[in-house]
Design a protein around this ligand. Structure first.
Ligand SMILES: NC(=O)C1=CN([C@@H]2O[C@H](COP(=O)(O)OP(=O)(O)OC[C@H]3O[C@@H](n4cnc5c(N)ncnc54)[C@H](O)[C@@H]3O)[C@@H](O)[C@H]2O)C=CC1
Ligand SMILES: O=C(O)CCC(=O)C(=O)O
Length: 488
């Protein structure tokens, strides 16, 4: 399957037009499975381009917010239909740009379509409550209004789902958008925006400006006409977004890292726990904020679990995500590969025992990509770097525990709190886990990754700004409440 025959240059989308960056510079988006392949060229924009996009979004907001929610939802249905028609092409572009397998990329694109349809329906749902006033002759109620212009800063690991789960609610609640996608996956983002253009979205309602985070991302943080910023990415940048937005009074929402634990209790279905640990930890090459990275196993079943896990991990086929038999693609970029390799080295230096993997695969056909082996450590202690920091790669740390209480204490002993799983049949274990684990997503007998679009998504501690995205939770960020008191 292939849709691209020539290397195309993708433009910014500003005020309904496809335009080059003012400085006329481009970056190449490179296939991490084959560094000799350029997927496309994207604009390396400057502040001037961002200013134009924000001005267009500000102007368009005046009319867009006046449409009914149902009318705005109608546009989202059309965007969903346009994306559905191009699902294979968009998914293939995603695989070529960031490496996840075609099946995962197609699943993610399908999820983007479902998100658009979910929020299209939101346009018809209630946006307020009637609250009894102490004055019996008055009517008091709440309604919601859009923030205005929303800046959307997104990462490369879910190049369709994350921009869509931020833009769709922003739009349906009456905001206009300036998107700055990760430069690594800007071609995929451009294709999503093409679908918005095909759907006939009015000029300026959505704008996309590609470029460096330090220029366009920082520009969004600082721009006085951007009223809200929604961000997913690293903790380091997330904190800058939060501090910058707070300093000028803009609303912000941050989704950042995870160090997600799985607890395997002595009574667990071990085959299920092994499948879920592999899927949660190694799918998408471990590049999910919800990926499993620490596995606490009760000592009674530790050896059996370890043997089963190692046997399955050895079967994993690494390769180009477009090959049908590939289970795990490359890291998304050279930077990401180097980060993962440096964490593996740290693990060894600090005394963890390497059980499998530990470096780049040696196969000839994998030498042109950013491949890394699935890697498992044991004898990992709680304060080791690989126990504490987000790796964002296919690396698992096995930790033997005697009791569930010990597992819970260690699982909570990190700065993050995004997702967490337990495998057990015991209702007492389940209830302790639900009550005591510090995580925004609590999963029982299911992998730590895998977010459902209709449910709130977000973390505790340093994993997020304590806000939630997706489902009906999105209305909390993308609108402001007005409390109205009416007396005739
Ligand atoms: N929570 C998540 O889903 C993600 C977490 N990460 C974590 O971050 C690490 C580094 O990945 P990166 O791609 O470098 O993440 P990053 O946080 O640098 O990038 C995320 C987005 O922020 C933008 N950005 C970068 N610098 C900025 C700045 N100064 N101001 C405003 N926006 C800026 C980027 O261009 C991109 O659009 C990964 O190894 C992983 O640990 C990365 C991607 C997603
Ligand atoms: O687990 C998922 O499906 C979503 C993960 C996610 O949002 C992320 O990695 O940024």
């Amino acid at each position: 399957m292939s849709f691209e025959t020539t290397i195309k240059t993708y433009l910014n989308y500003i005020n309904g037009e496809w335009v080059s960056a003012a400085v006329n510079q481009v970056d190449a988006s490179v296939n991490p499975a084959n560094i000799n392949e350029i997927v496309g060229y994207i604009q390396k924009s400057g502040k001037e381009d961002l200013d134009k996009a924000v001005a267009a979004a500000k102007k368009a907001q005046v009319q867009w917010r006046k449409l009914s929610g149902a009318a705005r939802g109608e546009y989202l249905y059309r965007i969903a239909n346009a994306l559905e028609k191009r699902i294979d092409e968009v998914a293939e572009t995603m695989t070529r740009e960031m490496g996840k397998t075609f099946a995962e990329a197609k699943g993610e694109t399908a999820r983007g379509i479902a998100i658009l349809r979910y929020y299209a329906g939101e346009g018809m749902r209630k946006i307020g409550d009637v609250i009894p006033s102490t004055d019996s002759e008055a009517l008091m109620f709440t309604t919601r209004v859009p923030l205005g212009v929303v800046g959307v800063i997104t990462p490369w690991n879910f190049p369709v789902a994350i921009p869509v789960w931020k833009m769709a609610p922003a739009l349906v609640y009456g905001n206009t958008v300036v998107l700055k996608p990760a430069q690594e996956t800007a071609v995929t983002a451009a294709k999503v925006i093409e679908c918005m253009d095909e759907a006939g979205l009015p000029a300026g309602v959505v704008n996309m400006v590609t470029g460096n985070g330090s220029v366009i991302g920082q520009g969004i943080i600082d721009h006085p006409d951007i009223n809200g910023i929604t961000f997913t990415g690293s903790n380091q940048v997330g904190k800058m977004v939060g501090q910058g937005a707070l300093a000028r009074g803009a609303k912000y929402q941050l989704e950042m890292g995870g160090k997600n634990p799985v607890i395997v209790a002595a009574d667990a279905d071990l085959d299920l726990a092994v499948e879920a640990t592999i899927s949660g930890g190694l799918r998408s090459t471990g590049q999910k904020c919800t990926a499993t990275s620490r596995v606490f196993v009760q000592s009674d079943v530790y050896d059996e679990f370890k043997e089963k896990l190692l046997a399955k991990v050895k079967e994993i086929k690494i390769g180009n995500g477009l090959d049908g038999d590939t289970w795990m693609g490359p890291c998304a970029s050279e930077n990401q590969l180097e980060t993962v390799l440096s964490y593996i080295r740290k693990g060894m230096e600090e005394g963890a025992t390497l059980l499998c993997g530990g470096g780049k695969p040696q196969d000839d056909e994998l030498q042109n990509g950013f491949y890394v082996q699935p890697t498992i450590f044991e004898n990992v202690t709680p304060k080791m770097t690989i126990s504490q920091e987000e790796i964002f790669g296919p690396v698992l740390a096995l930790i033997k525990v005697d009791t569930i209480e010990e597992a819970l204490t260690l699982a909570n002993d990190v700065p993050f709190g995004l997702s967490a799983s337990i495998f057990t049949k015991d209702i007492g274990n389940m209830l302790s886990f639900i009550n005591e684990i510090e995580a925004g997503l609590v999963r029982i007998n299911a992998e730590s990754a895998g977010v459902e679009l209709q449910a709130p998504f977000g973390g505790m501690k340093q994993s997020s700004s304590h806000s939630r995205e997706q489902g009906q939770a999105a209305i909390e960020f993308f609108t402001s409440i007005k409390t109205v008191f009416v007396k005739a």
